[in-house]
Design a protein around this ligand. Structure first.
Ligand SMILES: [Zn+2]
Ligand SMILES: [Zn+2]
Length: 124
């Protein structure tokens, strides 16, 4: 394969951003791939940043999985409502089924969410 800009020179690689073949005199090594020009180098850098962010977001390549914020909220409200429901029941002798049901509902949905997240291995 020949260079896109110099058709007599042999290509040494492919630009990561625009996929054009580049020769030794027009290649830029960005450290995470080859680029043909400054614009492509910054484009490749942006794409690289997106990939890194996505890896973090999806918990790829890490053993420590953070519990998603949405799930934390479900468990928080679940514990809050269940606790308050039990408090009313045990301390005040008043049974409020609505509050207890809310608590159990939140905990159940949180549990389902947790199970699904573990299954697809996501941390968001
Ligand atoms: Zn390029
Ligand atoms: Zn060239």
């Amino acid at each position: 394969m020949k260079c896109f800009n110099h058709n007599t020179e042999d290509a040494v690689g492919i630009c990561k951003a625009c996929n054009k073949a580049v020769c030794m005199s027009c290649v830029t090594d960005t450290g995470y791939g080859l680029a043909c020009c400054e614009e492509c180098a910054s484009e490749a850098k942006d794409v690289d940043a997106i990939i890194k962010k996505n890896k973090l977001l999806l918990g790829i390549g890490s053993d420590k999985k953070f519990m998603p914020t949405g799930l934390i909220m479900f468990f928080f409200f679940g514990i809050l409502f269940t606790g308050f429901g039990l408090y009313l029941n045990l301390i005040k002798g008043r049974t409020d089924f609505f509050i207890l049901l809310m608590g159990i509902g939140f905990l159940t949905i949180g549990g389902i969410g947790w199970y699904r997240n573990r299954k697809i291995n996501l941390s968001c």
